[in-house]
Design a protein around this ligand. Structure first.
Ligand code: TYD
Length: 408
């Protein structure tokens, strides 16, 4: 089958396949096991516009709906991060007297509540109604919709043009960036900025963090790809800022051409990407080989645990874990259950692998021998919280950047 780049439409060949995948956040009950939806997860790299992307994706309605299972507030550090992010946008880019900020994919309002508390005019656009409802509890003005030109027209007619359009871990979820760019162009005033941050391709490649690749992440951006994508719509990249979140992210700032000065950070990051060959196809062939090795090493460790009669429990039913579990064919034979703090996931089963998801309280009733860390991007926060696990002789199994055991 011929597959085209979603950005520039030239033909792109997948450089690997992770096999049949279910919806990453599609936690389910046994009555739905035989109706479960699968698609083939195969990433590709476009040598023309240099955009890393997955080449087949389920319909957005299958992923973002009234039962969407991801709530930003589940991580205390992410809540702190969004406060710092909001303050940064305000201090650096909101210089007019009565600014208006729009966030797309505003989730449970963790970012916008920081504007709301300062009485800054704001609006969240969020397609999943359950998380949008949660945001309203925090006084965050939220509209339940996908962001496109029609949505932008409605916003402008009701509130006027915006000074900033912000997003976090959202742009990489949107297959049709053309629609988003048209909406942005309509929404922003002449000095307006677009600020978004997303998992960074450079970190994913460096750490073999292949679990960043799942249905919702249709793109994993680099500085070069963001620059190329938005240049078609009259926007230029004016600043980039690396972030530690999600295991390595990048914040991008765009403005209309020649309206604002360009920070040296842009050139510095482009040079980093060239030096690390992110623009070359061969880099992705090497990445595939490292994914295969990681899979082999993880299965080996889990099988050894099993044959030594050790109990393994998964820590956090992340979206990322769906890629790992299904790519490595890890099921309830190797992992007893996965502990997770999100109520909507508890009592359900993991997508595809069908491992039970139990509450965090269940884990605290009695630690297993080993914990497999799926939320490796929250490692510092989790290691602090589970300090006593290692003290009591437990061991962590980690797989990013390498498969390893952590003991006291
Ligand atoms: P995250 O890495 O943000 O998830 P994703 O891969 O879906 O982007 O982690 C969020 C999930 O991890 C969420 O289901 C809650 C769970 N979690 C815990 O169970 N305990 C914790 O201490 C943390 C930080 C997260």
């Amino acid at each position: 089958m011929k597959l085209n780049c979603r950005i520039c439409e030239v033909t792109v060949q997948p450089f690997m396949s992770f096999g049949k995948m279910p919806i990453a956040n599609g936690f389910l009950t046994p009555k739905d096991f035989d109706k479960e939806y699968f698609y083939e997860l195969k990433p590709g790299f476009c040598e023309n516009c240099l955009t890393f992307q997955i080449l087949e994706q389920p319909d957005p309605e299958k992923m973002f709906h009234q039962n969407y299972a991801f709530f930003s507030r589940t991580s205390r550090r992410m809540v702190d991060h969004f406060k710092a992010y909001a303050d940064w946008v305000k201090n650096e880019y909101l210089t007019t007297s009565n600014p208006f900020v729009v966030e797309i994919g505003s989730n449970d309002g963790s970012m916008l509540e920081n504007f709301s508390k300062k009485n800054i005019r704001h609006l969240g656009i969020e397609p999943s109604s359950n998380v949008a409802e949660e945001a309203r509890k925090y006084n965050v003005n939220t509209s339940c919709a996908f962001f496109n030109l029609t949505t932008a027209e409605k916003i402008v007619s009701e509130y006027g043009e915006a000074d900033a359009l912000i997003a976090a871990n959202v742009m990489c979820h949107i297959p049709d960036l053309h629609e988003v760019a048209q909406g942005i162009d309509h929404l922003l005033n002449s000095m307006g900025v677009v600020v978004f941050e997303e998992p960074y391709l450079g970190d994913m490649i460096k750490n073999t963090a292949y679990d960043q690749i799942y249905d919702e992440h249709v793109y994993i951006f680099s500085t070069r790809s963001v620059k190329n994508i938005f240049s078609k719509y009259g926007f230029e990249l004016i600043e980039v800022k690396p972030q530690p979140t999600h295991g390595g992210s990048m914040r991008y700032v765009l403005a209309r051409n020649e309206k604002r000065s360009i920070s040296k950070s842009v050139e510095k990051q482009l040079n980093y990407e060239d030096e690390n060959n992110l623009h070359l196809k061969g880099t992705y062939d090497l990445f595939r080989e490292r994914c295969e090795l990681s899979r082999k090493n993880l299965i080996d460790i889990l099988q050894k645990q099993k044959s030594n009669g050790r109990r393994v429990v998964g820590y956090a039913a992340t979206s990322k874990s769906t890629t790992v579990l299904n790519y490595c064919s890890i099921g309830p034979d190797l992992i007893d259950f996965i502990s997770d703090t999100t109520p909507i996931k508890q009592g359900k089963y993991s997508p595809g692998a069908h491992i039970p998801i139990l509450s965090y309280e269940e884990l605290r009733k009695g630690y297993p021998d080993s914990l497999l860390l799926f939320a490796w991007n929250h490692k510092t926060e989790i290691m602090e919280k589970e300090f006593s696990f290692l003290e009591k002789g437990g061991e962590w199994i980690v797989y990013v950047p390498d498969v390893a055991l952590i003991r006291k």
